[in-house]
Structure formats: structure tokens, C-alpha cells
Design a protein around this ligand. Structure first.
Ligand code: GUN
Ligand code: ZN
Length: 436
């Protein structure tokens, strides 16, 4: 595909063979000015009829990366955000997640969450599933079928006082994680990878954390969990694990804080803990909708960036009530403005910085920044075609609007009605094909 208009000038994509005949990767092969068309056609061997010319108001943007989302919680997204974290987990979340022992129930919700996130421009997602291996593998299968790029984690938890039927034995949790990783890798999905997922400190024994850390290290795979989201959680971790210096130390000493780790929230991390994140190369998923909705706190993104720690945005469905990464961008602006008017920071994030967090930042968090995140030559084409003049667009354009204004209006006011096409590795995945 080749495209041009006044926003993005000109770019080209081409199938690049990978291991001979097996699969094709659609990568960006050039980014040039539109007046180079003739030379480019010669060099890359395309015809005028291969060119897709966009309307003047349309533009492509990189696909968005949701660095933290709970697929099973999508069933109650938009409801039940009226309790603080620990009560919210015990009252709403655990009783819902138990239901995923039923694969039929899982199939319905998982299909809907993948469709909803793709339609809203999430080309890559880092999912928590539940403790159930079968349903977690089903989630991976559905993601692959729809063509989304993702990490999927079977949740691990061997402690649960309030909903005792929703936990595993320590041994079972480790063995099922090994099985989940093995069976998922055996499927050889091109863009769906397993991620080791201890739920968080209060749900895990020290033994489980240690064995999962060993497993992640032995397999060299990614890790995700939650950290320092809310005061009650932090106090509980201090009580449960008195031999550790702080929450970050708990994960670090158990080999769970690595350059392949993404920890959600981190609202209350100390500078000392952030230094350890930096030392290990671990990353943070900033989930502002969830942090506001559950009244957990506010992550100081600028302080995290000052410590050279990678940050991306997450919806944290369903602690966050919206599955849209556009919402995550907007909430990150509000969170940052709150820190500014409370004089915690002198300046706030710019919209450009928030946009970067939702795209390239997210790709860095998941170790995918050499593959996706922006439109650099050599990267795979994960992209959204934005139509700010869609017939049912929720915002209006006026003659005086500059390109910059139009992009800002889309980011602040747009929604899936403006996302007319979605591509993952050059393959169009929205509108959905009739075969899925
Ligand atoms: N901490 C542990 N589990 C969860 C969860 O499901 N959601 C949120 N927001 N925090 C958690
Ligand atoms: Zn979460």
C-alpha cells in the first residue's frame, strides 16, 4: 500500500518475506515527499493505481498500545467503580473472574473486548486474563483471529481470603503457568506472546513469587503485575512481607523486576524505588482512569520520566471504566494538570507527550519499540486511519483549523466513529473481515 496526503506526505509499505514462504510482514519501506512519486515508483516498482490517496482532512497515526487491561473485567466495564481497590477486588472483581472457568462465558466477553479495543484503535494490548489456563489460551486464540498484537497473562494467585474459590495452590499456579506458556508458544501465533502474571503482592505467597521469577528468568519472558496503586495495598504488603525494604524490593528480590517487566500504577512509588526500576530497566503502565475512579492516587509521570523509567498508558479495564486509549490520553492530561495546579509540578504534560505515551511509550514498555510505535522505516505498519469528518463525527471542524488543531480535536473529542480503518502489521483488521 502506498498513501499520500498533506498530513503524512508519502509512505510506502511492502511485504517482506520472513523465512522464505512462511508469512509476510508488512513493513514501512519509505517515507518521502509526494513530489518524489515518479522516482519512488521506479525504485519500488509500484504503479499509479497502487497509490491510495487520502482526503485532505484524513491522516494516519500509529496504532495505540494499551499496556495494561484486564480482559475478563470488560464484562463489567462502566459499572462498579464505587469502592477503594481492596474492597473493589473482593466485592466485584474476584466474584466475576471466577466465572471464567466456563469457556462459553469467556468466549463471549473475550470476543467483545478484542473487538471493542481494536475498533477504538488499540493495535497492541497487554492483557491480564484469569487463573484459568483454558480460558486464557482461548483469549490468545481470539486475539490472533482478530489480528491484534498482544501479550496475554494467565493470572497467578495462591492467596484469597475473601473469595477462597478464586485462587490456586502454589504448585498448581506454577505448573499451569508453565503449561500456559508452553501451549501458547506451541500455537506459533505471530503476534501474541505469553507474559508471566503474578496478580500483586497481597494475592501471592513469597514462594509463588520466587518460583514465577525463576520461571520468567529461565524462559526469558515478560512479566506483569501491579505495584503501589493504593495506600491500603501498600500497608498490606508491608505487613505481609516485613523482610523486604519496600514493595519494589519484594518483586526485585524474587526476580520479577527485569527489563521485560511492566508494573501497573506505581502511584505511590518512592524515588528510591524508581531508581531501582531504572536500574533494572523495568517499566510502568500509567492507568489514570482507574486511579481516579478507584480514588487510588496520581502517578507523577514527569517524575518517573526524570528517573529515566519507561512509561506507557493503560486503560486498566475495569478499574478504569473506559476501554479506549483516547480516554487514557485525556485522563493522563487531567492527572498531569492536577499535579500542576496543586503545585507538585511546575509544568504539565503536553498533549504531544501524552500521545507519545500512548504509542511509542507503550511500545518501549513492552519491548516492541524496534517493531512498532511510530512510522519509522523498517517498523511494522500498525496504524489508524483517522477521518475527522466522518459523517457521525462527535466534533466539528472549521475553516481556520490547522492540521495541528484537527489532530488535537481528534485526540480530545474523537472516538471510534473517526477511526475508519485499523492496520496491524499492514493487515487491515478494522472494519472486521467477514471471516471473524
Ligand atoms: N491489583 C490487583 N489486581 C488488580 C486488578 O484487577 N485491578 C486493579 N486496578 N488493581 C489490581
Ligand atoms: Zn490492573
Amino acid at each position: 500500500m502506498y498513501g499520500k496526503n498533506h498530513f503524512c506526505e508519502y509512505f510506502g509499505m511492502k511485504g517482506v518475506s520472513r523465512r522464505g514462504e512462511i508469512g509476510r510482514l508488512e513493513k514501512i519501506v519509505f517515507l518521502e515527499k509526494a513530489d518524489q512519486q515518479e522516482q519512488l515508483a521506479k525504485k519500488w516498482g509500484f504503479k499509479a493505481s497502487d497509490i491510495r490517496e487520502l482526503s485532505n482532512h484524513e491522516f494516519f497515526m500509529p496504532g495505540m498500545v494499551d499496556t495494561h487491561i484486564h480482559a475478563p473485567q470488560y464484562s463489567f466495564a462502566g459499572s462498579r467503580v464505587d469502592l477503594p481497590l481492596l474492597d473493589w477486588l473482593n466485592t466485584y472483581t474476584f466474584p466475576t473472574e471466577v466465572k471464567y472457568k466456563d469457556n462459553d462465558f469467556a468466549e463471549e466477553v473475550y470476543t467483545r473486548v478484542v473487538r471493542r479495543t481494536l475498533k477504538n484503535g488499540t493495535t497492541t494490548a497487554c492483557y491480564f486474563a484469569t487463573i484459568h489456563t483454558a480460558a486464557s489460551l482461548l483469549l490468545a486464540e481470539i486475539i490472533d483471529k482478530f489480528g491484534q498484537r498482544a501479550f496475554v497473562g494467565k493470572v497467578c494467585m495462591d492467596l484469597n481470603e475473601f473469595v477462597p474459590e478464586y485462587k490456586e495452590d502454589t504448585d498448581e499456579s506454577v505448573k499451569e503457568t508453565e503449561r500456559f506458556v508452553r501451549e501458547l508458544l506451541e500455537k506459533k501465533y505471530q503476534r501474541v506472546q505469553p507474559i508471566v502474571s503474578p496478580r500483586f503482592g497481597p494475592s501471592c505467597t513469597e514462594e509463588l513469587l520466587r518460583r514465577l521469577g525463576d520461571l520468567a528468568k529461565a524462559r526469558d519472558i515478560h512479566v506483569q503485575s501491579h505495584i503501589s496503586e493504593n495506600d491500603g495495598e501498600i500497608e498490606l504488603v508491608a505487613q505481609m512481607f516485613p523482610n523486604y525494604k519496600h514493595y519494589t524490593d519484594l518483586y526485585d528480590k524474587n526476580k520479577l523486576l527485569t527489563s521485560k517487566t511492566v508494573m501497573a500504577h506505581g502511584c505511590h512509588l518512592s524515588d528510591e524505588e524508581l531508581k531501582l526500576f531504572n536500574l533494572r530497566g523495568a517499566a510502568i503502565a500509567h492507568c489514570p482512569n482507574s486511579n481516579f475512579s478507584l480514588c487510588s492516587g496520581i502517578l507523577n509521570v514527569q517524575n518517573v520520566l526524570k528517573h529515566n523509567v519507561k512509561v506507557g498508558l493503560g486503560t486498566d479495564v475495569a478499574g478504569g471504566y473506559s476501554a479506549s486509549m483516547l480516554d487514557a490520553i485525556r485522563r493522563s492530561m487531567s492527572a498531569s494538570n492536577t499535579l500542576k495546579f496543586n503545585k507538585v509540578n511546575e509544568t504539565g504534560l503536553t498533549l504531544k507527550e501524552a500521545f507519545r505515551l500512548a504509542t511509542l511509550g507503550g511500545s518501549e514498555v513492552l519491548g516492541l519499540d524496534d517493531v512498532i510505535g511510530n512510522f519509522e522505516v523498517g517498523k511494522e505498519f500498525d496504524a489508524l486511519l483517522i477521518n475527522p469528518k466522518a459523517s457521525d463525527s462527535p466534533f466539528d471542524l472549521f475553516a481556520a483549523d490547522t492540521s495541528e488543531d484537527i489532530i488535537q480535536k481528534f485526540l480530545y473529542l474523537g472516538d471510534d466513529r473517526n477511526i475508519s480503518e485499523v492496520y496491524v502489521a499492514g493487515k487491515q483488521v478494522v472494519p472486521f473481515s467477514s471471516s471473524v
